[in-house]
Design a protein. Sequence first.
Length: 94
Amino acid sequence: MAFAVVLKFLGGTLEQYDMLIAKMGFQPGGAGAPHSLFHWAAATDDGIQLTDVWDSRRAFEQFAAEEIGPLAGEVGLPGPPQITFYEVHNYLTA
């Protein structure tokens, strides 16, 4: 069962996000993390929001513990982020 994950970094910036993505070795518009089905990021009025769809909650939690958490601190993202999980009823692809 797929899960949507919404991360809100209050006070975070798109510049910090771009540094985080680069540290993980990802390219804008390129492939994402293993088990990640979809990802987007946007600026909000109070920070940044990342929205992902993962093939399992466990896969996200492992990636977050091993990659996102340690590297987010390195680029200065305020944390921890607010995280909300949703069971995905359906998703469509190109």
